[in-house]
Design a protein around this ligand. Sequence first.
Ligand code: NAD
Ligand code: ISE
Length: 344
Amino acid sequence: MTLNVGVIGTGMIGQDHIRRLTQVLPGARVAAVADIDLDRAKAAADNVPGSRVHQSGLDLVGDESIDAVVVCSWGPAHPEPVLACIEAGKPVFCEKPLATTEEDCDQIVDAEVAVGRRLVTVGFMRRYDAGYQAMKQALSRGEIGAPLIMHSAHRNASVPASVTSEMIVLDTGVHDIDIARWLLDAEVAATAVLKPRRGSRAADDLQDPLILLLEMSSGVLVDIEVLVNSGYGYDIRGEIVGETGTVELAETAAVVIKRDGGFGGRVPADWRERFVRAYDAELQQWIDAASAGTATGPSSWDGYAATAVTNAGVQALHGGARVEVSLRPQPDLYRAAGGTGGKG
Ligand code: NAD
Ligand code: ISE
């Protein structure tokens, strides 16, 4: 069976996922697209023979020929189509963040719990990255003993002038929050934000870099450096310090070049290059699950928990103090082990 997929939001990652669904991965075809920028939707559809353009995301979800939906619009626009998919019983892959407010995430969790089966997968692609998976295996095999501290660095080469300090937490730091929860198998109990000296590439008023501190429920402390105008490339770093050793992400360059008395390798340009295999794996697993009418991987609960932390982080960014994170009780639906995204 070929899964008929509709894609909502045909910007940067929407186009990248359309390419992946159309040219790279078996089992699915892009049958329809929608974007509030109709010209952009039409341009995307032009590259996919046989695909239709819908006037809105809701029209696309309501199209009976669409089996499953990929949501790649801006964060605040995610809840509407995700809730419509749940109501229609259609599996939905939603790019991160699931929603930008805890209230919207709550509503999605409630709707999915009411249906009684998983339909939502959130695009926390780091969980599918070979490096992070090897870190998790090292931890679960006890190779470094109990984890004590995690260091994470998330550096973008540059961002558009429209990016705000809040978005650095909500949209960028959210990846590090999710991967910390997943690797350490614990929730975040409290967060604080430190504000280093601002880099000269940062636009006026942008707190770049910033450091998010997480206190995990297990007592592990996590420091997350987010720098969105590194200038030199897209650099993702991670290390966990345990009682008997450490585990650290390796450099991703396939080769090291030595010449003129020095050595070096390539730094990825952006997330599309750094996580290309992780995105392939996450969407392939999503296609396989959606074809069976269900969902695996990072869940609505994971989306909710991450957003609860980013919302506390934004409060800490403005208020300067440590902010406690209090989560609702976890519904049973999300307790079972769920493959790459499972927390159980
Ligand atoms: P983008 O601005 O390039 O594209 C977003 C598109 O969504 C635009 O074409 C816009 O017109 C459209 N859009 C906005 N509201 C809409 C609505 N209500 N209905 C239909 N279309 C709508 O942004 P992007 O970089 O592609 O990011 C899109 C989403 O993907 C964001 O949630 C972002 O956080 C996420 N993202 C994830 C990763 C990752 O590494 N997993 C990387 C990049 C972006
Ligand atoms: C973007 O939306 C992503 O998700 C990228 O992975 C991240 O590195 C970037 O900072 C975000 O804006």
